[in-house]
Design a protein around this ligand. Structure first.
Ligand code: ADP
Ligand code: MG
Length: 485
């Protein structure tokens, strides 16, 4: 296959909307949604005579992200105007950082299926968003919603280090996870909080130079981004194999056809006439302030993942699941810490989170922050199983549902109330085993003649007769002893 001898080369420009309360340069509400054109003021509408005032949170969030990615932080930051005409840009220019971005360099590590890779960042700069044009509400008019105009953005530019749709997907997912850990953005692609331009070129495998690239604009879904990359790589390889050249261009992706097509020239031919924004003096901050921001960073996903594997003995797979969201990871850690003095290991805690808590949250449509049971109570619950007071299956079926209903009742008390405590009391066990053996004389006979596999049958009967309350290890001993006769 001709495609197999080529390698895609991909670099991303990601726009991340910051979860600040107000906009980048004025006090308008920056939250998503709201009735159209209600989060606006004379400043975001670009009325003459208004002046921008920088939102300090935007700078802090940018620095937080840069530090988490190991970027170098510029202490002196300038803003520039990027001039162009479009109806969703009432000022006629976008405030951005053209010359001096706030963060330079850094990298993000990806854990792929079977290999790790490091993606280098070129830089991160601050800017503001434009409004939204809506073309599908009216057959004759385009609508403009300026609620988004002026919302703070970070543009994250990677080096061309990615080589497949899977890597792009993993990068976007890891970036979203990091943004959420840092509390700087929800990274929600459906709501447009995270979108990306995908730069794609191809080269012969083994080559180190770069081919000519095309830029696919404004991808807001990972599925579409992967489709667009797949289409674009084939298109470029076909061109080269036909002896033609790839021409540098800006493309749209059409989800209906799965194809890319060039934007109209007018849309892509830009001369932005950047110049320093005269209304915004340079922002200068101190290394001491940067150090304070650094000191306040939470434990990051990678460190959390390593801790779960090394300290709590989780598999890579479980650690990945449990570190996806910071709240889940922190709650897991708290629970595992409450469990360890009780002799309950990380693996049992992980099973509880993955097999019981997550499905419960999904069924009740809740977030982990709304989970009613405390780490200490969960530890008490797992201890019941660990010590053999209640069998795992009985606990999961009967006690867990009660515990979420009465989260403050000690699990042991719940087990007593429901009469579910397993008994290793020998009188109780002897009686049940006697009954089971008396009810199955033929099986006892077969066992004694050598069909040792029947032990499983007898244990099953004992558990059934005791309604799960027979403590398995003790019961097993009694059964074996009585079968020997
Ligand atoms: P510009 O500022 O003109 O958009 P940059 O050189 O800053 O261009 O690159 C923008 C994006 O394009 C970056 O994400 C970068 O990694 C990516 N890129 C650059 N060269 C290539 C290439 N040959 N193939 C794929 N992506 C590329
Ligand atoms: Mg660009």
């Amino acid at each position: 296959m001709k495609y197999d001898s080529y390698e895609p080369v991909i670099g991303l420009e990601i726009h991340l909307q910051l979860a600040t309360q107000s906009k980048a340069f004025c006090a308008d509400d920056a939250s998503f949604g709201g009735d159209p054109n209600t989060h606006v003021s004379a400043i975001s509408l670009g009325h003459p005579g208004t002046l921008p005032r920088l939102n300090k949170k935007q700078v802090e969030y940018a620095v937080r992200l840069g530090l988490a990615l190991g970027s170098r932080i510029n202490l002196r930051n300038c803003f520039d105007r990027k001039n162009y005409f479009y109806t969703d840009l009432p000022k006629g220019y976008q405030i951005t950082q053209d010359r001096l971005p706030v963060c330079v360099g850094g990298s993000l590590e990806l854990q792929m299926e079977g290999y790790r890779k490091t993606v280098r960042l070129h830089h991160i700069h601050m800017e503001e968003d434009a409004g939204k044009s809506i073309h599908d509400l009216s057959p004759s008019h385009s609508m403009i919603d300026l609620n988004r105009a002026g919302v703070p953005l970070l543009e994250i530019v990677t080096e061309p280090d990615l080589h497949s749709g899977e890597e792009v997907d993993a990068f976007m997912t890891a970036m979203r996870q990091l943004a959420r850990y840092l509390g700087i953005s929800d990274g929600n692609m459906q709501e447009g909080s995270m979108r990306c331009d995908v730069n794609v070129s191809v080269r012969k495998k083994g080559d180190t130079g770069f081919g000519e690239r095309c830029e696919i604009k404004n991808m807001n879904s990972m599925r579409f981004a992967r489709q667009a990359i797949e289409f674009e790589v084939k298109r470029q390889v076909d061109l080269i194999e036909n002896g033609e050249a790839v021409t540098r261009s800006t493309l749209n992706f059409n989800p209906a056809t799965g194809t890319t097509s060039p934007m109209r020239d007018k849309e892509s031919a830009h001369d932005y006439r950047y110049f320093p924004d005269p209304d915004l003096p340079p922002v200068v901050f101190t290394q001491q302030w940067v150090d304070e921001v650094l000191a306040q960073l939470p434990v990051l996903p990678k460190a959390m993942h390593n801790k779960f594997v090394n300290e709590f003995g989780l598999s890579e797979y479980d650690a990945k699941l449990l570190t996806q969201e910071r709240e889940t990871a922190e709650f897991f850690e708290k629970t595992a810490r409450a469990c360890s003095p009780l002799g309950v290991g990380g693996k049992s805690v992980a099973n509880l989170f993955i097999n019981k808590i997550s499905p419960w949250l999904a069924e009740t449509n809740r977030e982990i922050a709304d989970f009613p049971v405390s780490a200490e109570q969960l530890a008490g619950y797992l201890q019941l199983i660990e010590t053999g007071q209640v069998s795992a299956s009985i606990a999961n079926q009967r006690i867990f549902p009660e515990l979420v209903k009465s989260p403050n009742t000690p699990p042991l008390e719940l087990a007593q109330k429901l009469n579910l405590l397993q008994s290793s009391d020998s009188d109780f066990l002897e009686k049940i085993v006697d009954e089971v053996l008396a009810a199955n004389p033929d099986k006892v006979e077969e066992y004694r003649k050598g069909k040792k596999g029947l032990i499983g049958f007898f244990m099953g009967e004992v558990m059934r007769a005791s309604k799960g309350k027979a403590e398995p290890k003790g019961a097993n001993e009694v059964v074996l002893r009585k079968l020997v006769g």
